[in-house]
Write a protein that binds this ligand. Structure first.
Ligand SMILES: [Zn+2]
Ligand SMILES: [Zn+2]
Length: 390
């Protein structure tokens, strides 16, 4: 299944001819539909412009690169979030802590925001999802093409199994609705903030927030035998979750149990393609999604650090189980290179660093298993995707 010719997405990415055909005439379509003009980017602060990203009509910005719900000691990285920019339109992948502020620091404008993609519902990927809307309300979100679509996992459907041998079964939060998806979560957030939102709609006459950002639970194709506990990552082909005049965005299930469903995303435009792994262990679905792409943005964990948390070996069977639990839901440094090599992507960008505060040299070890261009990501890095403008 690793043969590029088997990849259903390849037809969108391989040749200039196909890229030109893909969404041909998009510029005139946007004008005809009365979409807002893409505004000039505000001044940006910091970050590297790798491969002179300014010359690329498609590029990505790493907004935050730290993984985990933690304020890492001595951290210089914000929570996990990235932006893809295609002909000036902005797409967000995950909204970790600081996502909104970093979006501004990256010189991007919410007036250009088209869609938000949430890989999974762990807090380090969503903690600024609603802040972005509440603050964005006063920062040009009302000028964005309406609505901004937000895509994310649906209701998990069942509580995850208990891990290990706890002495007491923990209580369940919100027993009537213990595993809401993105739509349910958004509804609860609107109700939780109703005092503020109603105040601003009545006193400041702000636009109904529900009309600005519309959440969608990603529907897993019916023929995929997904089960959140028994089969969270079945072998599958990528499927389309969003398409507009700039991009086609596809998803696949990745391996992040017990977080399920958990998605990786691929953005294809007529300029190029970029894949985001989301949080995942090594998984064939991701290799399939990334095959033929120009850039793979991949999460990474330091396996030595994980082991070190449990002291020195030898480990007890329970400790070994915990270590394996972490290492199968995330990808150790050397394996990120192997995944990128299998997918044949020419550029591998590492992000979602766990821990978020160790020297970059540790992450650069991925070079040992990868022959392409490795970028150990930093916040506000800008990376060109596909072909530069002529
Ligand atoms: Zn995470
Ligand atoms: Zn996670």
């Amino acid at each position: 299944m690793d043969n590029p010719m088997d990849n259903p997405m390849r037809r969108f990415t391989t040749t200039g001819l196909n890229r030109r055909r893909f969404l041909a005439g998009s510029a005139t379509t946007a004008t005809a539909l009365g979409l807002p003009a893409v505004t000039a980017a505000p001044a940006r602060a910091g970050g590297r412009g790798i491969a002179a990203a300014d010359r690329y009509p498609m590029w990505l910005a790493l907004l935050g690169t730290a993984g985990g719900p933690s304020w890492w000691n001595g951290i210089t990285r914000e929570g996990i979030s990235s932006a893809v920019v295609v002909d000036g339109a902005v797409y967000l992948v995950d909204c970790g802590a600081g996502a909104g502020r970093q979006l501004f620091r990256a010189g991007l404008d919410l007036a250009d925001l088209r869609a938000i993609f949430i890989t999974h519902l762990h807090s380090d990927h969503i903690s600024d999802y609603f802040t972005l809307q509440l603050y964005g309300w006063y920062q040009n979100l009302e000028k964005a093409h309406r609505p901004v679509h937000a895509y994310g996992p649906g209701d998990r459907g069942a509580l995850p199994p208990l891990f290990g041998h706890p002495e007491q079964v923990p209580p369940v939060i919100s027993p009537d609705d213990p595993t809401p998806g993105l739509v349910g979560m958004t509804d609860s957030l609107l109700r939780a903030y109703a005092t503020d939102i109603n105040d601003r709609m009545r006193d400041n006459l702000k636009t109904d927030l529900r009309r600005l950002v519309v959440p969608h639970d990603i529907e897993i194709p019916a023929d995929v035998p997904f089960h959140p506990n028994d089969n969270p990552t079945p072998d599958m082909a990528p499927f389309v979750v969003h398409e507009d005049d700039r991009v086609r965005v596809s998803a696949t299930l990745v391996k992040h149990a017990p977080a399920a469903p958990a998605f990786g995303f691929r953005f294809d435009s007529h300029h190029g393609s970029v894949v985001f792994s989301g949080d995942t262990g090594v998984c064939d679905n991701l290799v399939r999604l990334a095959t033929g792409a120009d850039v793979l943005v991949h999460e990474v964990v330091d396996d030595q650090w994980i082991r070190g948390r449990y002291g020195q070996p030898p480990y007890t069977p329970d400790q070994e189980a915990l270590i394996n639990h972490h290492l199968t839901a995330h990808t150790p440094v050397a394996d990120t290179g192997r995944v990128a090599e299998r997918a044949g992507v020419p550029t591998l960008v590492l992000n979602h660093f766990v821990p978020g505060n160790i020297p970059e040299s540790r992450w650069a070890q991925a070079r040992k298993t990868y022959s392409g261009r490795l970028i150990v990501g930093r916040d506000l890095d800008r990376i060109g995707v596909g072909r530069p403008a002529r």
